[in-house]
Design a protein around this ligand. Sequence first.
Ligand SMILES: C[S@@+](CC[C@H](N)C(=O)[O-])C[C@H]1O[C@@H](n2cnc3c(N)ncnc32)[C@H](O)[C@@H]1O
Length: 221
Amino acid sequence: MTLTRVVGKGRTSEMPASELDALRGAYVKCAVDVGTGDARFAYHLASERPDWLVLGLDALDEPLGEIAYRAARKAARGGRPNLVLLRAAIEALPGELARIADEVDVLLPWGALLEGIVRARPHVVGGIAALARPGALVQVTLNGEIWLDSTPARYADLPVPTLEYVAEAIEPEFRRSGIDLGPARYLTAAEAKGLPTTWARRLGHGRSHPRFVHFEGVRRG
Ligand SMILES: C[S@@+](CC[C@H](N)C(=O)[O-])C[C@H]1O[C@@H](n2cnc3c(N)ncnc32)[C@H](O)[C@@H]1O
């Protein structure tokens, strides 16, 4: 499978595996933001950690375009040479991404990514695990309330991920996939409000304490 890099609005290019390898070798660690959306969080990570390679992955390339364009500019004009945005669905990952990540982040997913985590589907949880190298930190933050009209109707009957639900229905599949999770918890109001992502802002709008469920764990060797 080839790597499809998003390089601007409506613009993609094929990225040779050797180019990704060279970039990976140029940075000390690698973080992957899965379901990156408009890539605001990935851009934030790339800015905060200039010695890390940050990959933002999304099944759709359209939302990535604007930040991809900005990241390609000179550093003084917002460029981030350590940020690579790729069109890739978690259930059909290019093999080049296997075990690339020291950290995997999944923030407020929707669609097949949300459904795959909440329903503990092996091809989605396994995709997350496949990105992580042994010892990598895997962090997931889900909306802990009903999505109302923010997600397609076919996902409207998804179970709401309470802390108990995560422990009973999600944790076992992560464990089977090689990720040992600690107990889930609700983010504090400050943590939820402080998440630098577009969807955290949208879902938090008008709410003093958005109910975001967070769980994290480590990829076994
Ligand atoms: C609600 S947006 C959240 C974006 C971002 N993480 C944020 O917090 O602003 C969820 C994103 O997940 C992506 N997504 C859904 N299913 C996916 C899949 N199977 N693989 C990769 N990305 C997926 C969607 O295309 C969408 O951009």
